[in-house]
Structure formats: structure tokens, C-alpha cells
Design a binder for this molecule. Structure first.
Ligand SMILES: [Zn+2]
Length: 94
């Protein structure tokens, strides 16, 4: 699936989004990246805090697992498999 040609906007403030907050989810066979939010640099802290809070209350079925939220760069024109993870940004709010 090709990336849409239009700009992706921050879900919090409407500016151009550059980052994705997401968690790897797995049921033991399938592994997916579950998106919490799409944000710009300045809204990342708040989005990451919210994702971490949601993660704590996340219900998973037996056999399923979900990793703590992480941060990925939104690369224009890249497929989701080519997203670059930014661990340096993941502890910004701690
Ligand atoms: Zn924003």
C-alpha cells in the first residue's frame, strides 16, 4: 500500500506530524505495530505519556502480548515496514 500523497497532521495540534507512538502487539503468531497516536515533535511528550498510561490499562487475551509504547519516525514515501524507530525519544518524558 502506497503512502498517501497528502501531509499527515498531528492529532493534538494539527501541525505537520513527524512521529508515530505505537506498540508492538503479538498473539504468538502475528506481530503488528498498533498505533496510539500520530504527532509532531512538540506534542510527542504528551502523546507518549498518554500511550504509556493506556498501555498500563491495556487488556490482552491469554497468549497475547503488547510491548511498551515506542516512537517511530514517519518517513514520507516509505512503507510501514521501513519505519525508523527512535529509542532516543522514548524516554524524553521520564
Ligand atoms: Zn502537535
Amino acid at each position: 500500500m502506497a503512502m498517501p500523497p497528502y501531509t499527515i497532521h498531528c492529532q493534538a495540534c494539527g501541525a505537520k506530524a513527524s512521529l508515530k507512538v505505537a506498540s508492538h502487539w503479538s498473539d504468538g503468531e502475528t506481530r503488528e505495530l498498533k498505533t496510539y497516536s500520530i504527532v509532531c515533535d512538540s506534542c510527542l511528550d504528551a502523546a507518549l505519556k498518554m500511550a504509556k498510561a493506556r498501555h498500563l490499562h491495556c487488556q490482552v487475551l491469554p497468549g497475547e502480548s503488547i510491548e511498551p509504547p515506542g516512537v517511530w519516525e514517519l518517513g514520507a514515501g516509505k512503507s510501514s515496514g521501513a519505519l525508523v524507530r527512535r529509542p532516543d525519544l522514548e524516554n524524553a518524558s521520564q
